[in-house]
Design a protein around this ligand. Structure first.
Ligand code: PMP
Length: 361
């Protein structure tokens, strides 16, 4: 399991003093709206005694929250109604439900993709395939994790040719500039499973996400949700509903985008000086995908990096079919590294790469 291994590596990294960690892909904790969360939580507890926030409720989730999400989706061009939205425990839950309903044996993925999705495909006994086109495809059209890339119009068109599309929009609201684009859902509502989450724009600990599935399978989706865990967390939903309904929500998103863009820019301004590496400028999100010209095992690279005070996520975790002899690649997450440490982190990485290069010469 990729996510489990990454988690183990991260815990090891966190246990070492002074490590600058580009691993994790976590939101910056200083962006969490502590006061607003505390207020919304106490309001929800006081105002909703005996109501759905604290009681068992329906598997689709709170109507108020679903209504706000539907409005959000409509503002992006997808004509979604509240009863089409199913609240989940984060995007991960939404993806697992979608995969159970789709029941595919193979799924098309990008050359590098989100490891948590690869784990779900594995447990659903569905083989991820990066090379040959498959009828079912998993994509992140707005912002890819790990590359930060946005789909071109031609890629969108090609993608819309698939029979079933799993559209993971986890970073959809964190495009650095411009409004969140039109989702694929807007163009193919009968074939798209759209996945959204508040993990990246509020905080992941709330565990609130959503799934919009094609109308033909909605009853099945609800049955799967109810069988898995009865419903999403009621209190978290009530809290998110209050925050999403507040006039401060949109200005907060603007601030978040600027916050992450600053970090991204600062990281890139150091990375351009690293010899022998390639990367694409992210359009948003939390991370940069870095490819090097150095051969070797990704995991042993990470251990060497840890010895030198820096951590990253080895590239093999992001690939459906990593090859043993491929050059080292890595995801560098800038999202939760204090901005003043980014340069020092890259300097440490540089040291590790230079040493290995001179050893290999
Ligand atoms: N999809 C992508 C692309 C992600 O990066 C993540 C979180 N790392 C998820 C889904 C899962 O997010 P959540 O916390 O909402 O379950």
């Amino acid at each position: 399991m990729r996510t489990h291994t990454i988690d183990r590596l991260l815990r090891q990294a966190a246990g070492r003093e002074g490590i600058i960690s580009f691993a994790g892909g976590l939101p910056a904790p200083e962006t969490f709206p502590h006061k607003a969360l505390a207020l919304a939580t106490s309001e929800a507890i006081e105002e909703e005694v005996g109501a759905s926030a604290l009681e068992c409720a329906s598997p689709e989730g709170r109507l108020g929250l679903r209504t706000l999400i539907a409005t959000k989706m409509r503002s992006r061009g997808a004509m979604v109604q509240p009863d089409e939205v199913i609240i989940t425990n984060g995007a991960q839950d939404a993806l697992a439900i979608a995969m159970e309903v789709i029941g595919a044996l193979q799924v098309q993925v990008d050359r590098v993709t989100y490891p948590g999705a690869l784990d779900i495909f594995e447990s659903a006994q569905c083989a991820p395939e990066a090379r040959l086109a498959q009828p079912v495809t998993y994509v992140m059209p707005v912002i890819s994790n790990p590359t930060g890339a946005t789909m071109t119009p031609a890629q969108r068109l090609r993608c819309l040719g698939a029979e079933v599309i799993i559209e993971d929009d986890a970073y959809g609201e964190l495009l650095f500039s411009g409004p969140p684009p039109r989702p694929l859902l807007a163009d193919a509502p009968d074939r798209v499973y759209f996945i959204g989450t508040f993990s990246k724009i509020l905080c992941p600990g709330l565990r609130v996400g959503w799934l919009i599935a094609p109308a033909a399978v909605r009853a099945q989706v609800l049955a799967v949700k109810a069988r898995r865990d009865l419903q999403g967390g009621g209190l978290s939903q009530a809290v998110v509903e209050r925050l999403l309904d507040s006039p401060e929500f949109e200005p907060r998103l603007e601030k978040l985008r600027a916050h992450y863009q600053d970090r991204c820019d600062r990281l890139l301004s150091s990375l351009v000086h690293l010899p022998g590496v390639r990367f694409q400028t992210p359009q948003g999100g939390f991370s940069v995908w870095l490819e090097t010209d150095l051969p070797g095992s990704d995991a042993s690279w990470l251990y060497t990096a840890l010895e030198n005070g820096v951590a990253f996520e080895p590239g093999q975790f992001f690939q459906a079919d990593p090859q043993p002899d491929q050059p080292l690649a890595m995801r560098l997450s800038f999202s939760s590294v204090p901005i003043e440490q980014l340069e020092a982190g890259v300097a440490r990485l540089d040291r590790v790469l230079r040493r290995s290069r001179s050893r290999a010469a």
